[in-house]
Write a protein that binds this ligand. Structure first.
Ligand SMILES: Cc1cc2nc3c(=O)[nH]c(=O)nc-3n(C[C@H](O)[C@H](O)[C@H](O)COP(=O)(O)O)c2cc1C
Length: 248
C-alpha cells in the first residue's frame, strides 16, 4: 500500500509549531494558573503562584520607618506580580517553613488573619480583575471571584476616592474564632486587632521599601466589605490598604 509522505513544508511547519509551544511554555510557565480548592479547602476558581519573595533590599528598616507616610495618590501603572507577592509576604508570609511561623507575630501562633486582594484597574500585570485570597503556606493567590469590585469597595469605604484609584486594595480580615478558642474575649477585643496592626505596619514598611504608595483605611461599612470580598459570616474586615505605584 502506498502511504503518501508528508511534504517537507508540512514537516518544517510541524517542527516550528512544536518549538514555539515549548518556548511559550518556558516563558509563561511562571504565570501558569491551576485550578484547586485552596489551602483551607474553600472553593476557589483558580490558584496563581506568586514569585518567591526577596529577603533583602537596598532600603534599611530604619529608612523605611523614617520615610513611611500614608500616601493617597497613585500612579497609573499596574503593579508587578512580584511587588504584590512581596507585600503579601511582608504582611502574612510564612518565614519559617518548619514551624509555619509568619512575618507578623500572632498570639498563640493561631493566625486569625486572612488577606484578600481586590484587583481592578490598573491592577496587577498578568492578573485578571477579581478578588483573590492569599495562601501563605504556598505563597499563592486563590481567585475567589471575577470582576472589578474597586468602585463598590470605594462606596463601602465611605467614598474615599483613593480606594478605587489604587492599583489594588488589600483587605485584612480576621477569623476571631481561631483566637477566642484559646484566649476568649480578650483575644477578640485585643489580640486580633493588634495582629492586624502588626500586619498593617509590615505592609506600610514593605510598600515604602518598594517605592510604592499605601494608606491604612479603617473607615468602612464592615458587612459591605465582607460581602464584596466574599468572606464568610465568621470573618470581619479590619483594614483596607489601597496600594499603587507613586504618583509622579
Ligand atoms: C486605625 C487607622 C485607621 C485609619 N483610617 C483611615 C481612613 O479611613 N482614611 C484615611 O485616609 N486614612 C486613615 N488612616 C491613616 C491616618 O490618617 C494616618 O496614619 C495619619 O494621618 C498619620 O499620617 P501618616 O500615616 O502619614 O504618619 C488610618 C490610620 C489608622 C492607624
Amino acid at each position: 500500500m502506498d502511504i503518501e509522505q508528508p511534504s517537507r513544508r508540512t514537516v518544517v511547519t510541524l517542527v516550528a509549531v512544536a518549538v514555539v509551544s515549548v518556548v511559550l511554555d518556558l516563558v509563561f510557565g511562571a504565570f501558569r494558573i491551576r485550578r484547586t480548592d485552596g489551602e483551607d479547602g474553600r472553593r476557589v476558581i483558580e490558584s496563581v503562584p506568586l514569585p518567591a519573595p526577596a529577603e533583602e533590599s537596598d532600603v534599611s528598616v530604619e529608612e523605611a520607618i523614617a520615610d513611611r507616610r500614608s500616601r493617597r495618590e497613585y500612579g497609573e501603572r499596574a503593579l508587578e506580580r512580584r511587588e504584590l507577592g512581596q507585600l503579601l509576604w511582608a504582611a502574612q508570609g510564612v518565614t519559617e517553613q518548619s514551624t509555619g511561623f509568619r512575618a507578623a507575630p500572632s498570639a498563640g501562633a493561631l493566625y486569625p488573619l486572612e488577606l484578600y486582594v481586590a484587583v481592578g484597574t490598573p491592577g496587577v500585570e498578568g492578573l485578571e480583575s477579581g478578588v483573590y485570597r492569599y495562601q501563605p503556606r504556598s505563597h499563592e493567590l486563590a481567585r475567589v471571584s471575577s470582576g472589578d469590585v474597586q468602585s463598590e469597595l470605594q462606596r463601602a469605604a465611605v467614598d474615599q476616592a483613593f480606594v478605587e484609584a489604587a492599583a489594588v486594595d488589600i483587605i485584612v480580615c480576621a477569623v476571631d474564632d481561631r483566637t477566642t478558642g484559646k484566649y476568649g474575649e480578650r483575644g477578640r477585643q485585643r489580640y486580633v486587632p493588634m495582629e492586624a496592626g502588626h500586619a498593617g505596619e509590615n505592609l506600610y514598611l514593605q510598600a515604602e521599601a518598594l517605592g510604592l504608595a499605601t494608606v491604612s483605611v479603617g473607615a468602612f461599612h464592615d458587612s459591605q466589605v465582607r460581602d464584596l470580598v466574599g468572606a464568610p459570616a465568621n470573618e470581619r474586615p479590619l483594614y483596607v490598604f489601597p496600594v499603587g505605584g507613586r504618583a509622579q
